[in-house]
Design a protein around this ligand. Structure first.
Ligand SMILES: [Zn+2]
Ligand SMILES: [Zn+2]
Length: 285
């Protein structure tokens, strides 16, 4: 018999969370293995399940994550709320490093991921007009505002690319024109799978870098990359994203992530009243 828990955290790159009195659960799923064994423990008095999205030791690349197994297993443990942490690149100048964004929309640019639990027979066309839980987004945003030195925004569009490579400059500029706020490799299909299981889901996007659209003008600061600055004509220094930069900034983000999880999770009202638990109504054919 597995220990039940209503709240789960999916930890991303550089966001390992430790729980008090941890117990390890191995869940077998119809889709194969979860990314890591699931830890169940306490976070500020609340029972929480934790799964490491990239596996212990960060060994599973974004396109090889068994998203279906992870979400299925967390639902099996009784989860109603899934809180995902994601390190992301910024697509806008105002989303500087270390800013947190509670994502409320996404653009899916992935190509080869299993993104539904409904493979035939019973069909499901899950609605994704409002893909994230507004109750969780508001709760985390309001909590984050009260944390020292935390800059947090409620709402933003996450462009999810297949990876594992980073974008070209041409791609990065297009995603900006599409209205993307941040870019990453893991929000999809977690979000759609949570919807199919009628789970409340939020994605805490933590900016680690400025992706590859950005350059640095000696006079104007961060500008879109070009040979010369469109405002003052000075030579623009190219900025590139690399893994070291992502990990280094995420080291700084982790304290804020822990703080927001510890403050927001105990406030979650598990008698939920939001739209999320009715998502399958009108979706099954
Ligand atoms: Zn909800
Ligand atoms: Zn300039």
């Amino acid at each position: 018999m597995h220990q039940k828990t209503e709240i789960a955290i999916i930890g991303g790159t550089g966001s390992q969370i430790s729980l008090e009195n941890p117990k390890v659960e191995k869940i077998f799923t119809p889709f194969g293995n979860t990314s890591s064994r699931i830890i169940i423990g306490n976070l500020k008095g609340k029972s929480v399940a934790y799964i490491s999205r990239h596996g212990i030791g960060h060994v599973i690349p974004p396109h090889r994550i068994n998203y279906r197994a992870n979400i299925w297993a967390l639902k099996e443990l009784g989860a109603k709320f899934i809180i995902s942490a994601s390190a992301v690149g910024s697509l806008k100048k105002e989303h500087h490093k270390k800013k947190f964004i509670m994502v409320d929309q996404y653009v899916d640019r992935t190509k080869k991921r299993k993104d539904t639990f409904y493979e035939g027979g019973e069909l499901c066309h899950i609605g994704q007009a409002e893909p994230y839980c507004s109750y969780l987004n508001d709760l985390f945003y309001n909590t984050g505002k009260e944390i020292d030195n935390m800059i947090i925004q409620n709402g933003g569009t996450y462009v999810c690319i297949e990876g594992p490579r980073f974008s070209t400059r041409a791609e990065s500029k297009i995603y900006r024109q599409w209205g993307g706020d941040v870019i990453g490799m893991t929000a999809y299909p977690e979000v759609a799978l949570c919807a199919e299981k009628e789970l409340c889901h939020c994605c805490i996007a933590m900016v680690t870098d400025l992706d590859v659209w950005a350059g640095k003008c000696p006079n104007c600061g961060i500008v879109e990359i070009a040979e010369s600055c469109s405002k003052c004509g000075a030579r623009v220094e190219k900025l590139d994203v690399n893994v070291d930069e992502v990990l280094e900034t995420q080291q700084e983000n982790i304290a804020h992530l822990k703080a927001i999880l510890e403050k927001a999770i105990p406030k979650i009202n598990t008698e939920r009243d939001c739209y999320c638990r009715h998502r399958l109504e009108g979706s099954i054919l």
